[in-house]
Design a binder for this molecule. Sequence first.
Ligand code: AHR
Length: 595
Amino acid sequence: LLTVDSTQPGPQVSTELGGIFFEDINHSGEGGLYAELVNNRSFMAAATPLHWSATGTATLAVDTAQPLNSALTQSLRVTAKAAGDGVANEGYWGIPVRPSTAYRASLYAKSADSTGKLTVAIVGTDGKVHATGATGPLTGSWRKCELTLRTAADAPTTTNARLVVTTSVPGTLWLSQVSLFPPTYKGRKNGLRIDLMEKLAALEPKFLRFPGGNYLEGNVIADRFDWKKTIGPVEQRPGHHNSAWGYWSTDGLGLPEYLQMTEDLGCMPLLCVYAGYSLQGAHVTGDALKPFVQGAVDQIEYITGPTTSTWGARRAADGHPKPFPLKYVEIGNEDWFDKSGSYEERYAAFHDAIKARFPALKLIATTPVASRPYDLIDEHYYQSPSAFQAGSHKYDRRDRNSPKVFVGEWASQEGRPTPDLNAALGDASWIAGIIRNSDQVLMESYAPLFSHVRDNTWATNLIAYDALTSYNSPSYYAQQLLLTRRGTVVLPTAVRALPGINVVTTHDPGARRIYLAVVNTGGTARKTTVTLQGVARTDASAAVTVLAGAHLQATNTLTDPLAVVPRGRTVDAVAPTFTATFAPYSVTVLEVHTA
Ligand code: AHR
């Protein structure tokens, strides 16, 4: 029996449920969301030309004697023995080729003897040229060349291509910042991949937590997300070693791009500031911490300050005069790992400086502290699907006077690179519990969000892709179902004699709609009586959306992206008391219109 009590509403549903958490893990940014197609475009990743190879008889070397500027201190020296020699970039497991598409190519180049032109082309490994263009003549000084490469209508849809740059004459030349962008989301110049942004937008996120995670901290302090090196023109960003996840970050996806992303998604930024702790245990205290604290204050000024402020002016110079709205700042990440206990001091220093300058901001602590208040505590949970099914009730009996919670990272871990249906049932159960208790858990974000299928370092992720296509996991759809089809207030719901069922009911009094969300984690259909206490009349039919699969390991993949997707229909004979059936292994949302 399911008995919904509309006469004694529970808490308001938090308007800040749910969000997304992005960090550059599994090539989520580089080779993922960040639409740049050239891998190691600035030759800063190593002392050798990683991801580049010579074509023809050319020889290549990374050259520190011919920097583009003080940020990009390495360039590629190409020694061409013959006209037509050059270099090829393999992209991130291939350059995606789409028909009738305009790609924006750009590069900096100079030649030792001020001669020759370059041909820039997208070339299949079979040698077929899919798109091509030529630069003007090179000189002895760095020159920026920009081209549009257009594929023909009959170009194949494939990742089987490289970007090839060849010279018209033999000799020595240098390249720097070689870039290739496909069309981007909302046409942003240094923008994001369209299919991935569309998937995020369809989740209707309320906030974006960024930039990490371990990515924020780095293994060592030098590898942290050093935001001041991620602003300004991209060719003036040195990049850094993403030591947490094992590859180079150009920082082309930097602070301005994250902020633009929030605006494009219509959500608020939830900024995580580096707080003086890195993953291998280095921690900063005392006077040495002061520059990091000031850095966070400057960062907040960059985001929210007027254009008359130092850092607000830098934001304006980066193309966004209007300040961004900012409500939450998280101090560090997972500081329970800091066994030195320095978080107490570090949090206090950030708290005092930020509150003194920006008193309205709400602060999130990553582990409890005693000497200063915090508005939310960030809890992280990576567990089995069965633990999350049981975890649906974790917050039911919470002391309502406890600190409010932000579950900033969580996931049922089963399946790679994305969760299977069993994990989705755990995730749906967990979300149901969070919505029921959203007076306690104000915000949540699943993690990680993305994985490139060729770099699945972290096993279970919400969305996966290769260079060309992407797909959503069953967990994505489970979250989308529960978080986008919901009312504004929780209605208490008694569940009797229904093992394996987790439920949340919400009501939108304005729209006169009750949303009954039911997770059936069991392998048999559950037929039951639903009673809507306090409801006099309903429409006779109701919209129902069901996410289900034949077995627990059912999942989506690049080649079968729609195996487990929600399906909508209407059900009849709905009334204040009616009979409903919940399919095996399913997540169901019933939308009942009350009179
Ligand atoms: O989400 C993957 C990692 O898990 C995050 O970087 C870190 O915060 C957590 O340990």
